[in-house]
Design a protein around this ligand. Structure first.
Ligand SMILES: [Zn+2]
Length: 322
């Protein structure tokens, strides 16, 4: 129930309560998890709060209505949850959802769909979501989950109300290794996480990715000649390349955060290099580099030529430095 999050997430909690009080619930929310580990549970509590006809935020008070009961059993038809099917959320999954939601609600007049992993929308599924939220249907609310709004197409973000959760201040996460953090960040299923952690090549991939950035920051254009080829020999398919770009983004977010408040979340061991990069880049140029990375990582979802993409990365980055 929503009340469980009153302490962890006071701001978003109050925003949601107010939306009900003032009857300003909107048709699309983008829930930014920011590394909060209970983000999905939060989204479920949020959905339940909206769907419960009494809008009760704690269990003691409700549990009487049909909605609360069937949601708990996972049988409530007016609440749909979409997870990525493999690497992506596919257009077919959304078409199915649209068909189901075209019929009248069986119970109550409110329907909700949760998209878990909105960063995993490919171009065509992102476009069908866009259509969905551009022409809102009364009584239908979308809740999109993503770690950071950066990871979703701008056109979608601009049509959503953003609710930004904050990461819990638990100490355990601080003791995780970079590899573990990247595993938990990059994958959602336990099997995939284990696979990544146990794979012999994982360390090599991480090192290569970090080296690439550090090399670029020192040598600029030469990166095209000396680094792009070996890089693409390792990150040799679309999924791997996308993964590498997600890590690039994390790396530059660390650099940006370090320049703003001296905090490094992921690449702590890179502090000496991050210090150098910070001294060479303004906050503005770091933000621009992040934008470039986000833009290019979107392009990976199309069948873009990987060599050209990596060349473009270096060239665009050099433009920023001019
Ligand atoms: Zn209820």
């Amino acid at each position: 129930m929503l009340d469980e999050y009153a302490i962890d997430q006071p701001i978003v909690y109050r925003t949601i309560l107010n939306a009900i009080l003032k009857d300003t619930v909107t048709h699309a929310y983008l829930l930014e998890l920011n590394g909060y580990s209970k983000g999905f549970d939060f989204a479920m509590a949020f959905a339940k709060f909206l769907l419960c006809p009494n809008h009760y935020s704690n269990r003691e008070k409700c549990g009487e209505c049909h909605q609360c009961e069937t949601i708990d059993d996972g049988n409530f038809l007016e609440l749909k949850i979409i997870h990525p099917d493999g690497q992506w959320i596919k257009k077919e999954q959304l078409e199915e959802l649209q068909q189901e939601f075209n019929r009248k609600a069986l119970v109550g007049n409110q329907k909700i769909y949760i998209i878990d992993g909105a960063d995993k929308l490919n171009t065509s599924s992102a476009n069908s979501i866009l259509k969905f939220i551009e022409e809102p249907v009364p009584g239908i609310t979308a809740i999109l989950l993503v770690d950071n709004a950066y990871q979703v197409m701008n056109t979608i973000v601009s049509r959503c109300q953003i609710l930004s959760l904050k990461k819990e201040a638990f100490t355990q996460k601080e003791t995780l290794s970079l590899k573990e953090k990247l595993a938990y960040y990059s994958f959602h299923e336990q099997g995939e996480i284990q696979n990544f952690l146990n794979n012999e090549d994982t360390d090599e991939k991480i090192t290569l990715m970090v080296d690439y950035i550090n090399y670029f920051e020192k040598n600029g254009y030469q990166t095209i000649i000396y680094k792009n080829k070996p890089f693409l020999e390792t990150f040799n398919d679309k999924n791997l390349l996308f993964l590498a770009f997600q890590w690039f983004i994390l790396y530059y977010k660390d650099v940006l955060n370090f320049s703003l408040n001296k905090k490094i979340e992921f690449f702590k061991e890179e502090e000496p290099n991050i210090t150098i990069i910070t001294s060479k880049n303004t906050v503005l140029s770091l933000s621009k580099k992040l934008e470039i990375l986000l833009d290019l990582s979107e392009k990976i979802k199309f069948n873009v030529n990987a060599t050209m993409l990596m060349d473009k990365l270096v060239i665009d980055f050099m433009e920023v430095e001019k």
